[in-house]
Design a protein around this ligand. Structure first.
Ligand SMILES: [Fe+2]
Length: 259
């Protein structure tokens, strides 16, 4: 049996702070053998920096995934190219810095972590379905984990059904709102439409509510800022899932929400 933890988008310094505070305890409590954290909003809400990546890895992530905001900080592009433990979506066309998937050994098994990005209501990039199929030679007995960074619930469920039985866990990210639809699909793939967010609860997707509200009402692109932490951090959450995976078959046995 293997326990896999996947954690939703870390939003800014408040998200990093609550991750550092709670992730080590969550890993211990759930006996997590492998931890994937989406960090695409770690640097002030937009993208990653070397420092924010290092903080997420030090907090206990084995692999850090991302999404459409990964390109925000250009200083980070060389880090993407050099550091294997951070991924950008695999289905960017052409020659983008970094890698979209990583194979790594831990707990006496081979893990393959794949980051994909959706196309519905998002930048029209390469097909995520074909991108998975293009990863050839996945050895048998590999535990495959997918972070599908996408807006559309329909597209997320479609990819999950497409990969059912071929991956152990497919988790959606990007909306920052945790869904209550975690389940095991017929072929044995654990699935949730969105892991949720790591950051401030009293917020609009982790950002300052007043600024987001002004943007929505006035349709002016005011610069968004992360929501501020309360006095004792009690208003913050680490959201994600913990799944039990059969070590031999790769089939998921359970999936539960965290947060
Ligand atoms: Fe995000």
């Amino acid at each position: 049996m293997l326990n896999v933890m996947m954690i939703g988008d870390v939003v800014g310094d408040p998200g990093l702070a609550v991750l550092e505070q709670r992730l080590p305890g969550l890993v211990r409590e759930h006996g997590a053998d492998f931890v994937v954290v989406n960090g695409e909003n770690a640097a002030d809400g937009f993208g990653l920096t070397k420092e924010t990546l290092d903080r997420i890895l030090a907090a206990g992530a084995d692999v850090v995934t991302s999404g459409n905001h990964v390109w925000e900080k250009r200083d980070f592009w060389p880090v993407l190219a050099a550091e294997r433990r951070v991924l950008r979506p695999a289905n960017y066309p052409g020659e983008a810095p970094g890698a979209g998937w990583l194979s790594v050994q831990k707990a006496e098994v081979t893990w393959l972590v794949l980051n994909l990005q959706g196309r519905e209501y998002m930048t029209p990039i390469d097909c995520p379905f074909k991108s998975f199929d293009n990863i050839t030679n996945i050895p048998t007995n590999t535990i495959v984990l997918v972070d599908f960074h996408a807006e559309s619930t329909r597209e997320k469920e479609a990819l999950a059904y497409y990969l059912d039985g071929r991956v152990s866990l497919l988790a959606g990210t990007h909306t920052h709102v945790q869904t209550a639809d975690e389940r095991i699909l017929p072929g044995g793939t654990a699935y949730i439409t969105d892991l949720g967010m790591t950051g401030i609860n009293d917020s609009i997707i982790g950002m300052d509510p007043k600024i987001c509200l002004d943007r929505a009402r006035n349709q002016v692109l005011y610069r968004m800022e992360c929501a501020k932490a309360g006095p004792n951090g009690a208003d913050s959450a680490v959201q994600g899932v913990i799944a039990e995976i059969d070590r031999e078959s790769g089939r998921a046995l359970s999936i539960k929400r965290i947060g």
